[in-house]
Design a protein around this ligand. Sequence first.
Ligand code: SAM
Length: 295
Amino acid sequence: MRSAMYNPRARMLRSIADVDAVAPAERAASPDAAAPRPPLKWAGGKRWQIPHLERYWRPHAHRRLVEPFCGGLAVALGLKPAAALLNDVNPHLINFYQRLKRGLVLSERMVNAKSPYYSAREEFNRLLAEGRGDTKRGAELFYYLNRTGYNGLCRFNRRGEFNVPFGRYKTINYFTTKDFRPYVEIFRHWRFTNTDFDDVPLDPDDFVYADPPYDVEFTHYSTGGFSWDDQVRTARWLAKHPGPVVLSNQATPKIRTLYDSLGYTLHVLHAPRRISCTGDRTPAAEVLATRNLPA
Ligand SMILES: C[S@@+](CC[C@H](N)C(=O)[O-])C[C@H]1O[C@@H](n2cnc3c(N)ncnc32)[C@H](O)[C@@H]1O
């Protein structure tokens, strides 16, 4: 997963500053133009899938891209649709994107050290307890905790408190990413919603890219998890969509059987590497299940 593949050196070379380095017209015209980096570290990021997705997306690039599970935005930022509807059940993530859309500049100096991290975590939890997680301050703290905490995890205890430990990175490239205003232009025609996936209103013409949490292992994106029933609900919901669909998942036998039984066309890919909670880095097979697209 992307979060644990975090490489501070690589990120320093291609930060949000790259957004400024590429003229908007060039970005829109060429799928190869440097895509802006996702602003957060997010488990399960699919930046590596972009070259595979381009061939499905390009002939449909006039359509709206809908991502019911947008997560870290690696796919939307990689495909650069003119219009998009991006949804995630995680309210902190969506609050952060909505703040970026309005032009967020972080005022405070962010420090990669244990004590400020735990103070920020306490402040974030106080905001949550007061029902003020969806404020600008909530978004600032969420960004800092995401970049400074362990593996970019977003995990809460039973009382609903954010409980991710300090990440112990040698360096973190916050400073060039403090000014998020380049995202204002990128997000101009993108809409962000925070709901369960099957409340996402689909138009018949939408191009849907759906990347639900994996069938197995890591399901702590948000309180509640993602059950097998949710996998079935996702696959059945999208089987009814008349427009193009790409559904991504880990290629477990159960998932393959489910998608196959609903008439999806299956393409198996190998993720560059898989990072599990146990530190296992063996490559994992992933499936792209498509509908209403060429085989
Ligand atoms: C594998 S991640 C998506 C990663 C994303 N494609 C990327 O490249 O960064 C799955 C996302 O689904 C979200 N999610 C989990 N349950 C959901 C639900 N019931 N409805 C909508 N989103 C959900 C999680 O919060 C998580 O961000």
